[in-house]
Each structure stands twice: as structure tokens, then as C-alpha cells.
Design a protein. Sequence first.
Length: 303
Amino acid sequence: GQSTYRCHSTSFPDTTLPLELSATRSTISSGRNTRIERRCKIDSISVDQNKVNIDQNETNHDKYDVLDDRQIVRISTTSLSVESSVSNHHQISDLDRRIAHSEWMRKKHEAAQQTREKKELALKKRQEEEEREAQKKEERARLERENFLKWIERKKQQELDRRAMLENELELQRRLKEIEDNLAGAKTTYLRRWFHKKKEEQKAQRKQQETKQKKIDEEREKRLEQSTRAYEKWRENSKNKPKPATQGLLPHQKAKPAYINPIPWQSIVEIEPDEVQEDTLYEKKRNINQLKISDRKTIAAHQ
């Protein structure tokens, strides 16, 4: 079997009344199925006035219903109520419903207003953001256009400057070529004059050197001649002079010098290489002559 609960709602004037239970037994006979129903009624639910037709001395009655070939027996117990109390209760309930409905509508309108304001605010913000983006985009486009125009002007100016520089360079090259052409003859003449001048200077230098060398040779010959005459004169005079004592030495011997300078003699006068060579030759000749003279003296002494 199955056990279920069903509740009947009946309005009462006083909401503080306790819950009244109405016991209803229903017996359902339908072949194999048997169901027992227990029903109760609740205070806080109102019943439509059109459905309330209860007499003050209403008595209990039994109802028999047939549902789906099942016979239901209902036994209900309802407490009596006063018609005026029910009317007052219904009026109060209607007023409460109106107040609640008004409050609900007010809250609904407020919520709808807030939602609408939020949507409007969001839409306004979005429009402002779109306007700002559009302004930024326009500003960027304007700056790009201005920069592009400036770049074009700068390129044009650079091209003009380049052309002017090229023209100036070509003009300068043309002038230099004209100057070179004009100075070609003068340059050739100047070079010829310079070469002739250098040639004359070289001739003068060679002549001066020859004159100087000739003078040096003449002076050397003159000194050599003077020295030769002086030597011959001394030789002639030395024949009549007494010979020095031998100091215990044989005729072919001679005394050693008492002092020899360890530092060789050095001239303090700068002598040119040609003069040094000539002096060397002259010294060799003089030494040869002295050797010859000493040999002659030795031979004469032995005789």
C-alpha cells in the first residue's frame, strides 16, 4: 500500500489560530491497489470568496467520487466561521496584497531604473571611449599627414640642395679647367726659366769649386816648393857644420828617444777629405825624401 498527505487551505480571520486538523479517510478500492490518504488544512492560505458558501450550521457530509474506476470515500470536518469575519479577512488580505504588489512594483521599477541607468552609464562611457578613440585616431592621422608633408618638403629641399651642390661643383671644375688651360703656357715658361736658372747655378758652382781647388793646389805647390828650397838650403849649410858625437854608438845606430807621447797627435783644424788625401800623399813623399836623404848621409859617413 501507499501512504500520502494532502493539505486543504482554509482562511480564518485570526492568523494566530492554531492549526486545525481534519481527518479524512479515503478508501480506494481498485483491484490490487489500496491507498490511505491523510489530509490537513493550513491557516495562512486564503480561500476564494466565491468558493466559500458555508452555512453557520453546516454539517458534515460525505462525498463519493469515482476516479479512474476507483471509488473514493471522503469524510471532512470543517470548523464554522462567521461570514463577516471572512469578509474582513478577505479585505485585509486584498489590502496586503495591494501593498505588497505596490512595493514589489516599486522595487521592480527601481531595479529596472537602476538597470537602465547602469546601461545608460555604460553606453555613455562606451560612447565617450569611442569618441576618445576616434579623436586619438584623427589626431594620429593628422600627425601622420603633417609628418608626411614635412618629409616630402624635406626631401624636396634635400634634392634642391643636392642639385645646387652638383651645379656648384661642376662650375668649380669648369673654372679650374679654364685656369689650368690659361696657366699651362705660363707654367711651361716658368719651368723652362727655372731649369735654365738651375743650370746656370750649377755651372757657377762647378766653376767656383774648380777655382777653389786650383787655388788650393797652387798653395800646396807653393808650400812644397818653399819646403824643398828650405831643405836644400839646410842641406848645403849642414855640410860645413860639425857632426854630432856618436855617444858611443856606431854610425848605423841611433839613440832612442827619452820620451814617447802615448797619445797620437791630432789636428784641431778640420780638413776636407780631398785635403786629407793630398796631405797623406804629401807626407808619403816627404818620408820617402827623408829616407833617401838619410841613406845618402849614411853612405857619406862610411866613406
